[in-house]
Design a binder for this molecule. Structure first.
Ligand SMILES: Cc1cc2nc3c(=O)[nH]c(=O)nc-3n(C[C@H](O)[C@H](O)[C@H](O)COP(=O)(O)O)c2cc1C
Length: 253
């Protein structure tokens, strides 16, 4: 069985879609191919890959409560291609959004459902994930934890000859357990959908989110947004900054 995973985030690196597709691949067997969809230049390459596949899994961000426009362009082309070549693939979808509620991905899921109906494909279902940006950060935090554990182990060996610094391992275990808990909803639903992908069955639409209380999410999201804004040209990403115009479009100098 061949499954093509399509990462539809336009970001070049560190996108949440790549993280969720990585987790999904852990629960899927057979031949796995990963493709990146950013521009029309990617269309033909991806269409060639799906020609002999049985399953396609889209991983994408929610843009303005819907499907990003560069993905819509691809779906139009894929619809024509599948009809022309008589393909009957099974399509699954992992959508993630920045706000906390995964349920916000419902219109996007419906768009994929309608796309499958029009293209003569089988809609397999999907997982909608809220707090995607924050969940994506947890993988960095995990790597930082692993780095700290290694550093503590090296220092412990150098100072006392002890290869197993107990306190460092306890602290690592606590942090790892917390990060795992944040991701638990995602892991459970992706494992469940992985089972359906393997069996070729319908998994339905499931919605989850980072497992933290909303008021904590808002606090951290605000801090994160302010810091990112400062790096991106001032508060609110430079919205309040004085702008110059070129051909009617605002440009930052
Ligand atoms: C143009 C644009 C529109 C967005 N619209 C929404 C939205 O309507 N709702 C939401 O919760 N997040 C929205 N987001 C946030 C993204 O869904 C979020 O950052 C996501 O984690 C990005 O996934 P990626 O890293 O895989 O690209 C938007 C982001 C951008 C850049």
């Amino acid at each position: 069985m061949k499954t093509v995973f399509i990462n539809c985030s336009p970001k070049k690196r560190f996108c949440a879609s790549a993280y969720f597709l990585f987790l999904q691949k852990l629960f899927v067997g057979g031949k796995k191919v990963t493709e990146k969809l950013c521009t029309p230049a990617d269309h033909d390459r991806i269409l060639t890959q799906i020609r002999d596949a049985q399953t396609v899994v889209f991983g994408l961000p929610l843009y303005v409560d819907s499907v990003p426009s560069h993905v819509l362009r691809f779906l139009e082309k894929m619809e024509a291609y599948c009809i022309e070549n008589g393909l009957h693939l099974r399509v699954y979808c992992i959508a993630n959004n920045g706000f906390i509620e995964g349920k916000q991905n419902e219109p996007l899921m419906q768009a994929f459902e309608h796309f499958c109906a029009r293209a003569g494909l089988e809609w397999g279902g999907g997982v909608g994930i809220g707090g995607g940006v924050m969940l994506n950060v947890t993988r960095i935090l995990f790597l930082v934890d692993v780095g700290l554990l290694l550093l503590n182990t090296v220092l412990s060996v150098a100072n006392t000859g002890n290869l197993f610094p107990k306190d460092a391992w306890i602290s690592f275990g606590e942090n790892a357990a917390l990060l795992l808990y944040f991701n638990l909803g995602v892991l459970i639903y992706l494992a469940r959908m992985g089972g359906c992908i393997r069996k070729g069955s319908f998994s339905g639409k499931k919605y989850t989110r980072i497992l933290i209380p909303s008021f904590v999410f808002i606090l951290f999201a605000d801090i994160f947004f302010i810091i990112v804004s400062l790096f991106e040209g001032g508060l609110f990403r430079g919205w309040l900054a004085r702008k110059e115009y070129e051909d009617g479009n605002a440009v930052r100098r």
